[in-house]
Design a protein. Structure first.
Length: 156
């Protein structure tokens, strides 16, 4: 069975990613997200299939820099522990390092641009677009910004 990693930051990106949960049973899956109080319930539901990265916000830039360095180190550890064949992400900064590491080591990258944007690229979308094996947008208007993308419609 193919090992698939589903990764995103917390909040709306995770809400979108969890819309894909019916796919989990088709694969040997793992989930990675940021650790916060809202996600504690996921540990009970997914047990050893879910991993957490530190939550960081750019609003506190000084501490964010150190958290991001730690996030990158933990990302390397988790990548080699999980060894995914496919990485599926709805973004943001938590997913960037994992996608690039995965690309270097042969994982397929599937990126789903957030539903929240209709007419502008996200920072993570710009970062992942050049390396994505499949780049999916949820609004047809986004095809103008990402010509290699595929319109997948809303995942909600």
């Amino acid at each position: 069975m193919k090992r698939v990693l589903f990764i995103s930051s917390t909040g709306g990106h995770l809400d979108e990613l969890m819309q894909l949960s019916p796919l989990f049973k088709k694969y040997d899956y793992r989930i990675i997200t940021e650790k916060d109080k809202a996600n504690e319930r996921l540990k009970k539901e997914y047990g050893g299939k879910i991993y957490f990265l530190p939550y960081g916000t750019r609003a506190k830039l000084f501490t964010y820099i150190f958290k991001y360095i730690y996030l990158c180190i933990k990302t390397i550890y988790l990548y080699f522990r999980i060894r995914p064949k496919v990485i599926v992400t709805t973004g943001t900064h938590t997913a960037g390092p994992m996608c690039y590491l995965g690309k270097i080591f042969g994982s397929k990258i599937i990126y789903i641009e957030t539903y929240a944007n209709i007419n502008k690229k996200t920072a993570t979308g710009r970062l992942i677009y050049p390396i994505a094996d499949l780049f999916i947008v949820q609004w047809e208007e986004m095809l103008k910004l990402y010509p290699k993308a595929i319109y997948g419609g809303s995942i909600y």
